[in-house]
Design a protein around this ligand. Structure first.
Ligand code: C5P
Length: 238
């Protein structure tokens, strides 16, 4: 079994492309994230195929947000796909409803704190209360844990602070916004390297473009895994 701390985001348009990529990655990768971009391109069918036929773990990134009853029903339906992780927004009423919907399944509910692509200007534009982004992320994580979330999604910049919360014991921290040293940033704004993320107490990192846009995706994934297992990944870095 390969190191399932690396989750590869299959942000390709359809299931066929996703399957081709997963075949290229082979046994180097055992955990995949499927998101909204592939929903109309056979995303759920691909989730099922990767899980049942290839024995992969699946993170369905739906970032659900709605009234509690709707979230509960949506999660109950999705949990039938035997998903490992499913995301909802970290608002406490959403998390509570999602946990109700996931009851009796093995699906873990991960709460989105604040999208890693957002900075303070973006939060101002959305009328989010004043304060540093990192502080708001930690506060939202604490509330999501109190509401029962099995884990949170946060940028690696906030991981160490979330790990320090007593509420985070036994819960997962999953971080996108990870870039191997020297890689293009794309639209990611709050980033860290794989080694830094692991050193800060992250359980899983989610990496997309640096792998699926690489000429050799398998080599790119293996390089990230090597970084995650390097001595820097163990030393406290701040
Ligand atoms: O940037 P990358 O391609 O590695 O993105 C991997 C995942 O990170 C995406 O599937 C998305 O969920 C998330 N992401 C993010 N912030 C962005 C862009 C992507 O959190 N600005």
């Amino acid at each position: 079994m390969s190191d399932d701390r690396l989750i590869v985001a299959l942000d390709v348009p359809n299931a066929l492309e996703g399957l081709k990529l997963a075949e290229k990655l082979g046994d180097a990768v055992s955990f995949y994230k499927i998101g909204l971009g592939m929903l109309t391109g056979g995303g759920l069918a691909l989730a099922n195929e990767l899980k049942q036929d290839f024995g992969k773990r699946i993170f369905l990134d739906m970032k659900l947000f709605d009234i509690g009853a709707t979230v509960e029903n949506a999660v109950r339906g999705l949990a039938q796909f035997d998903l490992d992780f499913l995301t909802v927004h970290g608002d406490p009423h959403v998390v509570r409803a999602a946990k109700e919907g996931a009851a009796g399944s093995d699906t873990k509910i991960l709460a989105v704190t604040i999208l890693t692509s957002l900075d303070r200007d973006d939060l101002d534009a959305s009328l989010i209360k004043p304060g540093k982004v990192a502080d708001l992320v930690v506060e939202r994580a604490a509330r999501a844990f109190e509401a029962g979330a099995d884990g949170v999604i946060a940028s690696p910049r906030e991981a160490a602070m979330i790990r320090a919360l007593p509420e985070s014991q036994g819960r997962l921290i999953v971080t996108p916004g990870v870039r191997p040293a020297g890689a293009a940033l794309g639209d990611q704004k709050r980033i860290a390297t794989p080694a830094q993320a692991v050193a800060d107490g992250v359980d899983h990192i989610v990496v997309g473009r640096p792998i699926w846009q690489a000429e050799d995706p398998r080599a790119a994934a293996e390089a990230i895994l090597a970084e995650m297992n390097s001595p820097q990944a163990k030393a406290p870095n701040r």
